[in-house]
Structures are given as C-alpha cells and as structure tokens.
Design a protein around this ligand. Structure first.
Ligand code: FMN
Length: 184
C-alpha cells in the first residue's frame, strides 16, 4: 500500500525557500510514500464567473483532483504581511468550493521558511485558521519553521540544515500516522 502526499507551496518564485523546503520533503520520504508538488501559479484569481455551468477552470479542476486523491497534504507557507500569500489563499479558496469539498477530513502538515527571525510562525497560524474552517486536520507536532533561511539552503536550493531535515522527517511520519488514525 502506498501513501501519496501532495505538496503545495505558497511561493511562486523559482528560487523560493519554501518550494525548496518542499523539495526536501521529496528527499526524506519513508518507504511506501510518494510525493508530488502541485502547480498553483497558473490558477486564475478566484472569480465565481469563471465557473461555467458549475464546472471549474481546467487548472482548478486539476488541483481539486490532485487534492482529492492525496492521502495527505504538506503546505509550504511563506509569510506575507503576517499571513499567508495570496497564491496560497487563492488555491485554497478554489479548491474549497462545493461540490465535493476536497479538504473535508484531509490530513495535512505545514512547513515554512523565511529569511527573517520568526520562520513563518504567524503565517502558519493564519493557515491553520483557514483550514480549520474547511475541516482539514493538522499535524500539531513537530512544527517546522525554518528561520534565517538564507543560511540553511545551498546555492542549488538544497536544504542543508540537518535539524530542519530531521524535523521534516518526523513531520512526514506524523502525517502518515494521523492519516491512519483518521481512516480508522
Ligand atoms: C509581500 C511580502 C510580504 C512579506 N511579509 C513578511 C512578513 O510579514 N514576515 C516575514 O517574516 N517575512 C515577510 N516577507 C518576506 C518573505 O517571508 C521572504 O521573502 C521569504 O523568503 C518568502 O518566501 P520564499 O523564499 O518561499 O519566496 C514578505 C515578503 C513579501 C513579498
């Protein structure tokens, strides 16, 4: 049996520390766990008028299907003005619409990287609040907040900080464990 994780990064820039941290998830998977990173940069800004006869734009439909089929989600959460980035909120807003609200009972974990001192603490709290409203279930521990990110990745964007890598490993195990408990 395999366990499939979908990663969603709130940063669209190529050299994003958050997307780089998400790539580290892919390097640290336990046996039997598969992983892919969703594209959210091509989603239109949320607009109800883009739903024709109830259908979603194709990019949105793709994301909704990826979330629906994932056994767990990992969000990489950049902090923009003490909250989540507009790209992340937009993706969540599209995916959260009925029918088949894809976040309902979905287990998820969060990681975050920031060049500043607080390592996305406030953005992660804001994301938790959003996902609470649509009944997704968080891994509470460990909390992965990579502060001073410029010192923790190499020039190719590989996460070199061993403490952060260890926390991500623990986080993935906790996500798989939570998903098992929610299924029981
Ligand atoms: C619009 C905007 C607002 C930001 N606000 C915050 C903030 O409130 N707190 C913080 O620690 N960093 C803030 N930053 C800095 C980002 O967290 C930092 O640039 C980080 O590297 C972005 O993530 P990324 O590397 O994955 O793109 C902000 C950056 C932008 C573009």
């Amino acid at each position: 049996m395999t366990f499939h994780i979908l990663g969603i990064s709130g940063s669209l820039r190529k050299a994003s520390f958050n997307t780089a941290a998400l790539r580290a998830v892919g390097e640290l998977l336990p046996e039997g766990v598969t992983f892919e990173i969703a594209e959210i940069g091509d989603l239109p800004l949320y607009n109800e008028d883009l739903r024709v006869n109830g259908s979603f734009p194709p990019e949105v439909q793709r994301l909704r299907e990826q979330i629906a089929k994932a056994d767990g989600l990992v969000f990489a959460v950049p902090e923009y003005n003490y909250s989540v980035s507009p790209a992340m909120k937009n993706a969540i807003d599209w995916a959260s619409r009925a029918p088949n609200q894809v976040f309902d009972w979905k287990p998820y974990a969060m990681i975050g990287a920031a060049t500043g001192l607080f390592g996305t603490v406030r953005a992660q709290m804001a994301l938790r609040q959003i996902l609470f409203g649509i009944n997704a279930y968080p891994v509470n521990n460990p909390q992965v907040m990579i502060a001073g990110a410029a010192q923790k990745f190499d020039a190719e964007g590989k996460l070199t900080d061993q403490a952060a890598r260890d926390l991500i490993t623990q986080l993935i195990h906790a996500l798989v464990k939570l998903a098992g408990k929610l299924k029981a």
